[in-house]
Design a protein around this ligand. Structure first.
Ligand code: SF4
Length: 353
């Protein structure tokens, strides 16, 4: 179905931005579909094998870097962002430095953002439809092969930092991204300029040296990958530097000077559940599979699975200061049905002598 030729796209673009903000998005911009330079970057990253077991990164060919191949007819991408750290969240460095505690990446503490953001994008599309009639669109939140950071940069939402995360000058980097692909020929925004300068704090602080050079992330060493994407055994040499990070890692963002401008989340669904912003390792390790499934329902943490959850916590317990409670918690799982968990428990117990 076609859109009326009489549409004033300049006004429409400005209305879309106002509606997006009304819907709770912190920022919105509009990008075209040319991602040529980023396509080359992606190809090199894949050729170097830096994606590890994330085969889905390679599976879609050029559909990831050419929006119109993913959704035919796409001319523009409306890019949105939403801050995710709620007020009152426990201090991240204090949790990381307390070896009895478990660190969960700040984006994963509350309700899974995919549904929240997709619902909002759907509402945004409905408002556009009320104005222009039927038009072609697709809403994505991590749900398809989309080069979301490059698109967001082109839409003016920020630059890709040396740690490969998007940074916004006024809001740091603790935010989610979502996209609305559309066939509306809206005016595009100016891409954001880069402001890392000579800084390299994220490269230097990475516990596993996963940032192998500016803008080059070897996911195979990244704690986010190891604790979430990787199935099976975690390479032994990377276990100690993981510390107590049991789901994801934020160090490269925590150290980034631009995060002094980070904005608090306004979305109540992102509030930490089950005190996961600073839980004790032994308490999490005691969760039964049923408790894991019920407590993580609707949360991103589900993604690691119960076996991965126990595996990650076993590593954290192996890195904790020795105590009777920690040794007892590990011994309680020495005969765990999962060989992966058993192996990590044995490694952790050996660390406690
Ligand atoms: S820590 Fe420094 S180099 Fe790394 S992303 Fe932030 S500003 Fe850029």
């Amino acid at each position: 179905m076609s859109v009326s030729a009489a549409i004033d796209y300049v006004t429409l673009a400005s209305d879309i931005k106002a509606w997006a903000r009304e819907l709770g998005f912190a920022d919105v911009g509009i990008a075209g579909t040319d991602l040529g330079a980023d396509e080359g970057y992606l190809e090199r990253w894949l050729a170097e094998g830096h994606h590890g077991e994330m085969d889905y990164m390679a599976r879609h060919g050029t559909r990831r870097s050419r929006p119109a191949e993913l959704e035919p007819g796409t001319l523009r991408v409306v890019s949105v962002r939403m801050d995710y750290v709620p007020p009152g969240t426990a201090n991240a460095w204090e949790v990381i430095r307390d070896s009895d505690k478990a660190y969960v990446a700040r984006y994963a503490l509350g309700r899974d953002y995919h549904k929240v953001m997709r619902n909002r994008l759907q509402k945004l599309a409905s408002r556009i439809q009320e104005r222009v009639g039927d038009f072609s669109y697709r809403a994505y939140v991590d749900s398809a092969p989309v080069l979301e950071k490059a698109i967001a940069r082109n839409a003016g939402l920020g630059w890709i930092g040396k740690h490969t995360v998007l940074i916004n000058k006024r809001a740091g980097s603790y935010f989610f991204l979502g996209e609305l692909y559309t066939d509306l020929p809206l005016p595009v925004d100016e891409p954001a300029s880069a402001h890392c300068g000579s800084c390299r704090r994220c490269i230097d602080i990475c516990p596993t040296q996963a940032i192998v050079g500016p803008y080059r992330l070897d996911a195979r060493r990244c704690i986010s990958y190891l604790t979430i994407e990787l199935k099976g055994s975690i390479p032994v040499e990377l276990r100690e530097p993981m510390g107590n990070r049991v789901f994801g890692c934020d160090d490269c963002q925590l150290i980034c000077p631009w995060n002094k401008f980070a904005q608090e989340a306004t979305e109540p669904d992102f509030a930490p559940r089950h005190s996961l912003d600073g839980p004790r390792l032994v308490d999490l390790f005691a969760w039964s599979e049923q408790e894991f499934l019920s407590r993580t329902e609707g949360m991103a943490i589900r993604r690691t699975g119960y076996e991965g959850w126990l595996r990650n916590i076993a590593v954290g317990l192996g890195n904790a200061d020795t105590s009777d409670a920690i040794v007892a918690a590990l011994r309680a799982r020495i005969d765990d049905p999962s060989p992966v968990v058993r192996e990590h428990v044995a490694w952790a117990l050996a660390r406690h002598g």
